[in-house]
Structure formats: C-alpha cells, structure tokens
Design a protein around this ligand. Sequence first.
Ligand SMILES: Cc1cc2nc3c(=O)[nH]c(=O)nc-3n(C[C@H](O)[C@H](O)[C@H](O)COP(=O)(O)OP(=O)(O)OC[C@H]3O[C@@H](n4cnc5c(N)ncnc54)[C@H](O)[C@@H]3O)c2cc1C
Length: 510
Amino acid sequence: MDGRLGAELEGPTAVAERELPEAAASGAELSALVGRLRAIVGAEWCYEHEHQLRTYESDGLLQYTSTPRAAVLPGSAEEVQACVRACARAGVPWVARGAGSGLSGGALPVEDGILVVTSRLKRVLDVDLENQRICVEPGVTNTAVSAAVGPGLFYPPDPSSQIVCTIGGNVAENSGGAHCFKYGFTTNYVCGLEIVLADGEMIQLGGPELDPPGYDLLGAFVGSEGTLGIATKVWLRVMPSPETVKTLVAFFDSTRAAGEAVSEIVQSGVVPGAIEMMDARAIEASEQMAHAGYPVGRGAALLVELDGAERECEARFDEVVQICESCGSDDVRVARDDVERALFWKTRKAAFPAMGRMSPNYFVQDGVIPRTKLPEVLEKIDALAEEYGMLVANVFHAGDGNLHPVVCFDGRREGEAARAEELSGRILDACLEAGGSITGEHGVGIDKKKHMPKMFGEDDLGAFQKLRCAWDPAGLANPGKVMPTPRLCGEVPGVYRQHPLEAAGLAERF
Ligand SMILES: Cc1cc2nc3c(=O)[nH]c(=O)nc-3n(C[C@H](O)[C@H](O)[C@H](O)COP(=O)(O)OP(=O)(O)OC[C@H]3O[C@@H](n4cnc5c(N)ncnc54)[C@H](O)[C@@H]3O)c2cc1C
C-alpha cells in the first residue's frame, strides 16, 4: 500500500451525509450477482422486493434510510464467506447487519449494495463452564449468552438493547452497558474471532485462550463497525455470577446533587456494578411506561447497584445510602427482592423507547466526559436545549461519564430534524471541550463521522485509513461509515475501475 496521504482531509464534511455511494456494477452485473447470492443462501433467504427490503432500510438511527439491492441471510459461516467472495468478485459493496439496533447508522445499507444479515446465525457452538468460555455465532443475542452459561456464570457487557442486539453487533461497536463501569466493555471479553475479510478470505484471530502472540488484531477488529470484515464466530470470556446483588434508587432535586453523589461514591473507593442517572424528563417518560412508582417532578434518579461477596456488599451498601443522603437525597428506595430490582432496571432501560411518548421523533446522542465534569456539562446541555427551544432528556451511565442526551423534535415541522441534529452536534462539542469524546459505546457510523476531525488530527485519521486499507483494499466492507471523508486505497487488486465514491466526488484515491 502506498502510505502517502492524498489531499488534506476536510473538516466536517460538506457533502450531503445522506448520500451514499451506489454500487459500481451495472444493473445486469448486479442482477447476476443477486442470482449467485440466491444460489448460495437459497431463494427464501435472499430478499429483493421492496416490501421485504423496507425492514432493512435503516437501523436505530431512523433519520437515515437507504435501500440495498438485496438482503441475504446466510445460514452458515461458509455461506457468509461465499456471499462476501461473490460481492468481491463483482466489486459490489456490502454491509453486515445484526439486529439493526445500532444508534449511529452503522448498519445503514449501501444503495444498490448487498446487506448481509446475521439473524440466522444463532447457534451457541460451545460452552466450556470450567474454563469460563463460550463460542457463539454472531447472530446470538447478548442476553442469550448469559442464559447459556447461567446461573453460575454471566456475560457482563449489557447494552440496554440486550434482548435484541447481537454479539456480532456488540463486537463491531465495542458495546457497553450499565455494568461496564465495574466490568469493562465488549473488548475486555472477546478472546477469539473468526472473520470473513472483504476479499472472501476467512481468518481466525485468537481463540479460547487469552492473549495470543503477535499483533493485537482482535483489538483492531473490536469496534471497527463492520469496516474490516464480518465476524462469523466469537469466543467470549464469561465471569462467575456475584454472590449477592443489592440495588437502590435515590431521588434528588437536581442532577448536580446526584452528580456529586456519584463522585463521592467513586471517591470513597466503592466500585458499584452499575451507577446510572436519569433526569426529570427521563423519569417522567419512563414512569409512564414502567409504572415503578417513581416520583415524577424530582430532578434526578440515581440507580446504584453493588454486587460481589455478601458481607462486603452489605457493608458498602450502607455507605452508599449515607452518601446519597448527605448529598441531598431524601428518598432512597432499596429493592426488597428480585422483582423490585427488575422493576428498577425496567424503568432505567425503558428510558429511550419511553421518549417516544413525549415526542414524535428523537435522536439518542452518545458522548463521554470526565465524571467530575457532569454538573457543568449537564448545565450546558440545558442551556443549549433552551437556545434551540427543544426538549433534551438525559439518561446515562454516570460512573463512566457516558452521557446519552435524547434530543426530542417533531420531524413533521420544516427544518426541525436538521436543527435537532445541529443541537446534537453542539452537545458533542461541549463533551469535547470538557475533555471527553464524541462516542462512548454507540459508534461513529454515519451519524458522527463528520465530527471525527474535531477529535483526531489528519495523521491520526490517516493511520486509521491505512489500517482499513490493509484489511479491505477495495473498500467494499461498509463504505461511507466512520471516516469523515472516505478515502480509497491505491493498491486495489485487479483491473482499475473507478470507485463510485470517487465518481460521486465523495472520496479521493491515495
Ligand atoms: C433502546 C436501545 C438501547 C441501547 N442501549 C445501548 C447500551 O446500553 N450500550 C450500547 O453500547 N449500545 C446500546 N444500544 C445500541 C445498540 O444496541 C448496540 O450498538 C448493539 O451492539 C448493536 O447490535 P446489533 O446487532 O443491533 O447491530 P447492528 O445495528 O445490526 O449493527 C451495528 C454495526 O455492527 C456491524 N455488524 C453487525 N454484525 C456484524 C458482524 N457479525 N461482523 C462485523 N460487523 C457487524 C454493522 O455493520 C454495524 O456497523 C442501544 C440501542 C437501543 C435501540
């Protein structure tokens, strides 16, 4: 690969973000490819009709839509490989899709490209309880992993979407969840991957063992958002289930007071399994859906969960209650049993979907800040919401400083979606000014690629791009995502043909 970079990277890209490249192949070539894919997966698992493809036109970021030429649902890793190889031979881009619950547009199809959907790859391939390992196909849901190894073991990364989202999607996004403050993210649990690269080669990185020799390519793949290939097998570490779990929810007059409680708890040396916050708007929306008896009108709810050895949990739990009270909470509710604990969590996990009751449309943002900056950044978000005249609810992983502002808008009103997107961007700017990041766990996808140059310099982005080119020189795996201005790789094997991104003026070859 020629390591030289081409012209300067643009800042926030000027091109219309919704424009995605059309596939390079002609209509006839595409039809021939679809015929080959149909033969690989079987006619019933190859969707070509508009009414079938509507299901796949967007992921959880509903504001962006695009229709693929076909969606294929392979039934095995070998079928995935054959489909990807057929796309490579035809020079047609493809996008991997798990459950489509991503919130940054990562699984948005390429117009006239192929969507490779993993929903039939749901087999648990191996469970090794003694060595605390499990091997699954990528379409297995997050909750199914814990179910397969429980009750003695569990899989800690727990996105709120865990009942639907797939392990393949979790790997691609390096997903987190409420318990990642203590236990870490997906990357801390993936010890092996089988991957089909964009040229159709199948490779294995790692396996059941930990820390294999050589370059840490596993680390590069986890979080690569489907741009380096498609995972067809995943080996995961699982952990012993804690002896005890104790959960409370404390109510405060303000997010500032609740934020102070978060800092105090962490500074006292307690490491909660989870520490989650909801502001007044999120409490109101979730309560309408979950009916947990949360007091609507309070400024903030803080859900704290301790897990571990029983005696330690009991002792430290009292400490947490005292800290909440000393920071101004006059209403601390301790879950009396598993039913009540589940209700507390239901209320927290209902927060995103519940916003649908408050507003016809909303963006879920995902930014990170240093935990100690919580009060000032939340105030800044309130000020921005007022400036734009829009409702913003906050629900977040407070321990990690991982904010999820939910920007509400009415897409039927002219220009409001664009204003909501602009407001979301200004919230990310506030996170960056506070020393944080434009994403904690939802990925860059299509939504945030324009913000990448605010966080990374030209050389940093160039290094990302070189890595991508080494894995996928033809740029066929999920093009148009993550990188701000897509760049192509010089050494495309085979006869040169102009890439559609180049033709559309969206990328330069280097
Ligand atoms: C209500 C709600 C709550 C959520 N809560 C959380 C949360 O707490 N924490 C969190 O981290 N996320 C959360 N999310 C976001 C989302 O669920 C996660 O990003 C999840 O990992 C996506 O999984 P998926 O199977 O739906 O992937 P998809 O949305 O289908 O795809 C996501 C990305 O992964 C790629 N991909 C999918 N499968 C593969 C594969 N086998 N190999 C390579 N690439 C692949 C796709 O190309 C795409 O780029 C939430 C979403 C919703 C709707």
